[in-house]
Design a protein around this ligand. Structure first.
Ligand SMILES: CSC[C@@H](O)[C@@H](O)C(=O)COP(=O)(O)O
Length: 372
């Protein structure tokens, strides 16, 4: 079955449009985003001149993925401050725009705290402080990416000592499109590829919005990874065929007990992995760990419009796949309990999710903003 992997020619050019960038324009500062709803067809630049535009971009998933949502949220606060808008109101709007990825609240609060701390020094200094906080988060996320890639590859090599190269299954999109750097789970696969130790990357298409097919396959192709796309419901047959050595996913929120919220479809993969004795590894920066959420049941899972299922926007545009009036269940995420998670790779090292106290202690040490 190894021949099924597609070997694409390496195409190393960067995205034509930055994933996220603060820019000065004649009308004032703007936030420039790569519109992820238009990928892979075209790389289109989306310009947000105010917070309502950024909130729309977040809710339509033009900008998405936990670490990038944090960075976008922080820049959003800086944008409101720089444009003389009501920063407290902007922070609330941004934080509420999507509920599950804790990074969004983290980024918003980081920049808002910096703005508040400098508020006594005048509007300009306070706006500058918010922007500095956003830039610092952006930079730290890039550093976290490379650290996670290193720790993740070392873990894979330890868990899978055979010399034949790793066959990794991944879900959703966790690469450069969601991060200040090269991402989370995808960055580990990329590091394995660069080290000559990636035999193949299995990419779940990730229904209904197809982040795997549209975005991960796009990033894999651009980086010359040996990858193969599959429908989400084909994963079971891959495990049965012994074609998966490890599952690598990202996370949107990790509760203090080690429960992991990630793109819907992650939990079934964890169950499959457990049954087939395959490591299930979560790769996430410490900003995704939330000591303020006690357990998996306390994680708020975003419910998205049923229309995304009955008329999937990424599938042929306007294609209707169910009879008119069909109700659809469309949670954006599911929660994997800690006992199904082999390890959590962070920039600080590898954690065991069964030591929930250890996770909370790590958060307390590494975070400047507490989310509760
Ligand atoms: C590093 S990304 C981890 C998660 O944010 C990712 O797997 C995911 O679930 C993203 O969901 P999305 O709804 O596309 O924002």
């Amino acid at each position: 079955m190894a021949d099924q992997y597609a070997h694409d020619e390496a195409r190393d050019e960067p995205f034509r449009t930055p994933v996220i960038r603060w820019e000065e324009s004649p009308g004032g500062p703007v936030l420039t985003l790569l519109d992820q709803t238009r990928l892979p067809a075209e790389e289109v630049r989306l310009v947000c001149a105010d917070v309502p535009a950024l909130v729309r971009a977040i809710q339509t998933l033009a900008v998405r993925g936990a670490p990038l949502l944090g960075i976008a949220g922080a820049y959003g606060v800086a944008l409101a401050a720089a444009r003389g808008r009501d920063v407290e109101e902007a922070a609330v709007l941004l934080e509420r725009s999507r509920p599950t990825a804790v990074n969004l609240a983290y980024g918003v609060r980081l920049a808002a705290d910096a703005w508040r701390a400098a508020a006594g020094k005048g509007a300009e200094r306070a706006a500058g402080a918010a922007l500095t906080a956003a830039r610092e988060l952006h930079r730290r996320d890039a550093e976290a990416s490379s650290a996670m890639a290193g720790h993740g590859l070392a873990l894979l090599d330890e868990l899978l000592p055979g010399g034949g190269g790793h066959r990794i299954l991944t879900h959703c999109n966790t690469g450069a499109l969601v991060s200040g750097g090269e991402g989370t789970a995808f960055a580990v696969a990329l590091a394995a590829h660069r080290a000559g130790r990636l035999r193949g990357l299995w990419v779940d298409e990730t229904r209904p919005l197809l982040q795997g097919a549209r975005l991960t396959a796009y990033e894999a192709a651009r980086n010359g990874l040996p990858y193969t796309l599959l429908t989400d419901n084909a994963a079971g047959s891959l495990f049965t065929a012994g074609e998966v050595d490890a599952v690598l996913i990202g996370a949107d929120r990790i509760a203090a007990d080690g429960s992991v919220a990630n793109k819907v479809g992650s939990y079934p993969l964890a169950v499959l992995a457990k049954y087939h004795r395959v490591p299930f590894v979560v790769v996430a920066p410490t900003t995704t760990i939330d000591p303020g959420t006690a357990d998996g049941a306390s994680i708020v899972v975003e419910q998205r419009p049923g229309r995304e299922v009955t008329e999937p926007p990424g599938v042929g545009g306007g294609l209707v796949v169910a009879p008119p009036g069909t109700r659809a269940y469309n949670p954006a995420f599911d929660v994997t309990p800690p006992e199904l998670v082999t390890a959590i790779v962070t920039e600080e090292g590898v954690l065991s999710p069964v030591t929930g106290g250890g996770i909370a202690a790590l958060c307390a040490r590494s975070r400047q903003v507490t989310i509760s």
